[in-house]
Ligand binder design. Sequence first.
Ligand SMILES: [Zn+2]
Length: 465
Amino acid sequence: MYTNQSLNRRDLLRGTLAASLASWTLSDLRAEESAVGDLQLTPFRFDVTPPIGHSCCGGWIKPVEVVDDSLDAIGFVLFGIGKPIVLCAVDWTGLLNGAHIEWRKALAEAAGTTPERVAVQCVHQHNAPFACLEAERIVASQGDLPHIVDLDFFRRCLDRGRSAVGDAVKQARPVTHIAISQGKVDRVASNRRVFRDENGRIKAMRGSSCRDPKLQAMPEGLVDPWMKTVALYDNDKKIVACHYYATHPMSYYGDGHVTSDFAGLARKQRQKDEPDCAHIYFTGCAGNISAGKYNDGSKERRPILTQRVYDGIVASEKDLKPQPIEQVGWKTADLIPSPRETLSAEALVAQIGNKDNAVVARNRPSYMLSWLRRVEQQIPIVLSSLRLNDASLLHLPAECFIEYQLRAQKLGGDSRFVATAAYGDGGPWYIPVKEEYPAGGYEVSVAFCSDDVDTQLTKGIQSLL
Ligand SMILES: [Zn+2]
C-alpha cells in the first residue's frame, strides 16, 4: 500500500537533493530480480469513455458530441515477485503530472502494491481526455475557458479502476509461459519530420493526416515498422497478449466523435477473435511518427488503417512459441527533468489570462505552467521495465521520439527483445532527441524539457535494460 510515511520520507530525500539537481537527474534506481516461484496473473478492463460535452484533447478541439466506440483501460496484475506489478494501457490522449500519479495510486491500492510498481501508458487518441489536474485548476480559475478534464468523471474512472482491479485480483490464475514475436506493419507509420531545408530545419510537418501530394510522396523516413507482441500463458492457454507499435493512432479527429480510432479498433477486432485472451495495445515512441503518408484524413482511410494494424498484430502473433518463464524482474528509475529555458511562469500566467487569445493559446500554456510547477516541486517521473526471460517491457513517459525506442533496442543487445510503451506520464509533452532541437518544427516548439532530457532519459533507459 502507498503509505504517507513512505511518501514523506521520499519527499524529504527529494528536498535534500533538490539543491544539487540541475537538469534531468537519475536520482533513484531500484532493481529487483527474482527466481520464479508461483507466478499468478489476472487481466482487468474498465470503461473510460468520456460523457457528452467533455473536452477532447485539452479543450481546443470540438468536445464530445457522440460516442462512436468506447474508450477502455486494459491491463493486468502480476503476482509472485514481491509486491504485485500492474501494467495498464488507457485510450486517452494523455495522463499528465498529478493525474498520472493519481491513476497509478488508485490501481496500486486496489492491487495491494505501491505506485512505483504500476505502469500506466496512454494510447494517445485525440478525441479523448487529455488529463492534467493542475492545468484543470489553472483554467477553471479563469472562469471563461473550457475545462481540461471533468474532475467528477476523472474520479469515477479511478473508482471503476479500483473495482475492476479489486475484482480481478480475486480471479488470479497461474502464469507459466511467455512468448515473444514480431511482425511487420505495412504502410501505416511514417515520420512527420521529413520535409527540411538545406540546413536540416523543418519546413513543414507531415501530420497525422496529410493532403499535400508532395509531402505524401516523400519517403516514410525513420520509423520502427515492427509490431511486437509479448504473450503470457497459463500452460497452453494464452491469457494476455500485449502489442506494441509506434505511431500516432489518429486517422481523423476534432469532429466530436469519441473513438479508439484505428489502433483501438484493430485491438478490438483481435479481441473478438480471442475472447479468452486480453489483448492490450501500447503506443511506442511515436512523438515524430504518424500515418500521414498513408492517410489523407478521409473517412475511408480509418478502416484501411485499422485492417493494416490488425494484420500486423496477426502477423506478429503467428510466430509465438511459449517458453517456460524462468526469470522475472522489475526495475524503476526516477527522473527529474529540467524545463525548457524558454518557459517563464510569469509569461505563461499572462498568456493564460489574456482573454483575447484563442483557447489553444491559453489552455496549452496551462499544461506548460503545470510542468514548471511540478519540476519546482521535484516530483520525479518514474520509468520502469518488466523483465520476463529475454524480454524487457519498457515504460517511458510522454511523446518520445522514435529514436529512443530504436536506441533502447540497441542498448538491449542482440539477445534482448525490447517492447517499448511510451505515453506514460505526459507532463513533458514532446521529448525530441538532442540533435532535433535545432531543427525546430511543431514537436520541438511544444517540448517542455531542455535538450538535456536526451542524455538523462538515455541513461535511465540504459539502467533499466
Ligand atoms: Zn501527439
